[in-house]
Design a protein around this ligand. Structure first.
Ligand code: NAD
Ligand code: UGA
Length: 442
């Protein structure tokens, strides 16, 4: 099929690579000329495993091209897929200006048979767009086709989705969307546009709820000196609960879970609904970062002048995305308390988006030199698998605070270090004082 994709961010680039590799002829468009130029050379402006080789292959085979929006819009597109950003504000209002600008360009210049909205949009947006297009005498059919990929495994998710959700009124548009995805074995959920839009928010809100649930329990565990990872496994093996998204840590971040939760609460408010559960999920998440800072203070006392090493800056492993990263918030809180923080991340370079006062190291070893405490903020495999004996020798203190519960405490303890996690049993006794930390009492 002849496809145009509007918005060359995480979703747009991954979708373009996937659809072109299935044999569709794809044109990817963006208003950012630098981005388009870079993509046309086969280089991606963000880190996503395995994406560049497939992009380069599709460009070389002529299955994909990248163009500036709106001039590069094509006349004969069957489906235009909108993948622009839909950021939110503090009050939970969703900013649809990128979407409106994209639609205006499409409606006036290319009028494809189907416009599929992959961006995450509030319930009722698809229906409103149908009305707007009709007023502009554009007869494109509108479909809500939310995206569920995760950063860091975006290509895998795009090729192996758990389901494809298509919110559509017209049978012809439904048939075209089915043809678009006919390579997939995944179940198709064909609904009305409003249901498709809510499925997207409900999925992210439910995942956020699981995370806040386990994070709240992790605080109980640290008081009882029992291990949240054991609790998560014990409940997760019940198939009705499931093991996924029960990893306690620094709370959920990234460009979507916090934003979409906030938006759903905002949408509920316009209905006069309090969204009590969703607000609680948000509160637990926001307070988790402060709670972790308190753990650091319990260990080191007053943080003024203390030297901390921070490993990992992105909101999770497998991406260089810093949007709403718990790591960034935590580092800012620590710096505000007077700590000197040196950080390392395998994929984050430069200083854009980083807290003022943060020192960046070129490698993990340099970051820990003379550190009173090491805080692991992102679960990068290369950081988990460090030579911990060497880390112990380089540090001045000896506590490793694992905010992702991803380290094996035994390995850390064997290296002569003190292990602390989030709600994990403290095999080495509590409380520990700063003097003990300096002496390295394990
Ligand atoms: P992004 O910010 O990475 O990319 C958006 C792109 O759209 C940018 O390159 C921007 O220049 C471009 N753009 C803005 N206005 C434009 C216009 N008028 N015409 C053409 N291009 C324009 O966003 P993203 O992370 O890919 O997310 C896109 C949407 O998908 C959002 O609604 C998001 O909530 C949703 N989503 C994101 C993910 C994810 O993992 N990032 C997953 C599922 C759904
Ligand atoms: C999330 C959803 O998982 C995707 O299905 C969805 O498409 C996407 O949002 C979106 O709408 O943009 P993503 O933001 O890439 O994907 O990341 P997740 O893997 O969901 O992780 C989100 C946050 O929760 C991260 O900060 C992660 O570290 C944290 N998390 C995740 C936990 O703290 N514990 C867990 O058990 C799982």
């Amino acid at each position: 099929m002849r496809i145009e994709i509007i918005g060359a961010g995480y979703v747009g680039v991954v979708t373009a690579a996937t659809l072109s590799s299935w044999g569709h002829r794809v044109t990817l468009l963006d208003i950012n000329s630098e981005r388009i130029e870079q993509l046309s050379r086969g280089s991606v402006h963000f880190y996503e495993p395995d994406l560049e080789p497939i992009l380069q292959q599709q460009l070389a085979e002529g299955a994909l091209d990248c163009r500036l929006f709106p001039h590069g819009l094509i006349d004969q597109a069957q489906i235009a897929m909108i993948c622009v950003g839909t950021p939110g504000n503090m009050k939970g209002h969703t900013d649809l200006s990128q979407l409106e600008a994209a639609l205006q360009g499409i409606a006036t210049r290319s009028a494809p048979e189907v416009i599929a909205i992959k961006s995450t949009v509030p319930v009722g947006t698809g229906r409103k767009i149908m009305g707007d297009l009709a007023r502009r005498n554009c007869d494109s059919m509108v479909v809500a086709n939310p995206e569920f990929l995760r950063e860091g495994s975006a290509l895998y998710d795009s090729f192996h989705p758990d389901r494809v959700v298509i919110g559509v009124d017209q049978p012809k548009a439904a048939a075209m969307m089915q043809e678009l995805y006919n390579r997939l074995q995944a179940p198709l959920v064909i609904t009305c546009p409003e249901e498709a839009e809510l499925i997207k928010y409900a999925s992210n809100a439910f995942l956020a709820t699981k995370i806040s649930f386990i994070n709240e329990l992790s605080r109980f565990c640290s008081n009882w000196d029992i291990d949240i990872n054991v609790i998560a496994r014990g409940i997760g093996l019940d198939h009705r609960v499931g093991t996924h998204f029960l990893q306690a840590g620094s709370g959920f971040g990234g460009s979507c879970l916090p934003k979409d939760l906030k938006s759903l609460i905002g949408q509920a408010a316009t209905l006069g609904e309090g969204a009590v559960l969703l607000r609680a999920v948000q509160q637990v998440n926001e307070s988790q970062r402060g709670w972790i800072v308190q753990q650091v203070e319990q260990i080191l006392g007053n943080l003024a002048g203390k030297t901390l090493a921070a490993w990992g800056l992105s909101f999770k492993a497998g991406t260089d995305d810093l949007r709403d990263s718990p790591a960034i918030d935590l580092i800012s809180l620590l710096i505000d308390k007077g700590a000197q923080v040196t950080a390392y991340d395998p994929k984050v370079a430069g200083s854009s988006g980083l807290p003022a006062g943060l020192v960046m190291a070129d490698n993990p070893e340099t970051a820990v030199v003379s550190a009173d405490l090491l805080v692991l903020l992102t679960e990068w495999p290369e950081l988990i698998n460090m030579d911990w004996q060497q880390v112990g020798k380089l540090m001045s203190g000896s506590v490793v605070l694992d905010t992702r519960n991803c380290l094996d405490p035994e390995i850390i303890i064997k290296a002569g270090l003190i292990y602390r996690g989030i709600g994990r049993a403290m095999q080495q006794g509590i409380p520990i004082t700063y003097q003990q930390v300096k002496k390295g009492l394990g």
